[in-house]
Design a protein around this ligand. Sequence first.
Ligand SMILES: NC(=O)c1ccc[n+]([C@@H]2O[C@H](COP(=O)([O-])OP(=O)(O)OC[C@H]3O[C@@H](n4cnc5c(N)ncnc54)[C@H](O)[C@@H]3O)[C@@H](O)[C@H]2O)c1
Length: 413
Amino acid sequence: MSKERLGVGFIGSGFNARFHMRAWTGVRDADVLGVFSPNSKHAEEAAGLSRQLNVGDAKAYDSITAMVADPNIHAIWLCGPNHTRIENVEEIVDAVNAGKGELKGIACEKPLARTVAEAKRVAELVKGAGINHGYLENQVFAPHIVRGRDLIWARGAALTGRPYLARAAEEHSGPHMPWFWRGNLQGGGVLNDMMCHSVEVVRHLLTKPGAPRSSIKPVNITAHIASLKWTRPEYVERLKQTMGPDVDYSKQPAEDFASSTIQYEAEDGSTLLGEVTTSWSFVGAGLRLSAELLGPEYSMSWNTLDTSLKLFFSRQVTGEAGEDLVEKQNAEIGLMPVIPDEPVMYGYEGENRHFTQAFLRGETPTLTFDDGVEVMEILMTSYMSAEAGRTLAFRPEGLDAFTPAVARGEWRG
Ligand SMILES: NC(=O)c1ccc[n+]([C@@H]2O[C@H](COP(=O)([O-])OP(=O)(O)OC[C@H]3O[C@@H](n4cnc5c(N)ncnc54)[C@H](O)[C@@H]3O)[C@@H](O)[C@H]2O)c1
């Protein structure tokens, strides 16, 4: 057995980086050894979390270059905001190209960037530096998706024919930080932020295990976006109060609902459909991830709020608001679902285990930056379709240069 270990440095010390660190308790052969954030206090705190969780003797670094230059750091997990992707990747790659450090891999959070052009640039920079790359899409590694897909394909599809319809959705009541709400920084609204997950999930479910993603080909895309909640005057005010004056949905809203139907052609020429939907206007117990896979004689379904653990608190239990039962929790009383180990259930643990092994062995991970680019192509075609109000053949003209009206600040809801 290899004794080699992977020293991992995080860019970003926020919500997502902390989720990854919590997942790391189930990852072997790798240690969280570094954190960079422009806010050194936050970097110190996240490094402290890593030590507290006993997942690595992490320290905070003053710069990305200093972290890459440390010989103990062998891989970077890129978890900064979307608008800093290119500058973050440029700094990593400059450090490697200048011989200041060596990396076995870079894993980048979804979405790979804000546009197709940016995503291609990120992929090109990393490939140019000869670094192994992984696209972090946790839901593909969620245990229910892994087991469900394996069993559906091994039993139902093997005996009665391949699945033809996959559905996936991610819904919650709105993001936790102001930059997510600002189309120019984030790259769009909920379509860019969360439909990236569902797009990859339906591609994954519809692809035969062991076959490349290219075995199913997108043919056309029909999408819709809307602002259902956050442009209502009382919610415009609430957003300003909670997210600050720069988040003004009376002037520059982003969509809080999106849906897209992606028609694929299978390897045998048959038609497959992927239906994805997402929203920041769902008020339930908390974050809800769901997926379905349907074929001629079988189906699977997954819903993270259908938990086997539920707690009941009477109206006498008037404690503080928190996120201790489920991510993006909306209530603390009544009958509440609880996900006992969210980093495992959402797929972060399986994801980090996979990318650790791929980087240590020098193998191509299941998901690479090429997948990140392809997801971005589907997302941007969805925006183009929603703006045009019609079905678009894939790939439409001008896709690389396209920036959604929401991201340009020109969408009015
Ligand atoms: N897989 C998922 O389900 C999931 C969930 C949440 C976020 N994300 C993705 O993870 C990324 C981070 O999101 P988050 O929720 O942690 O956001 P966040 O705002 O909570 O944290 C962002 C972090 O980046 C740091 N940062 C700010 N400017 C930076 C810069 N110039 N260079 C490097 N770092 C900088 C911030 O200090 C902060 O630590 C985003 O791309 C987001 O889309 C993925």
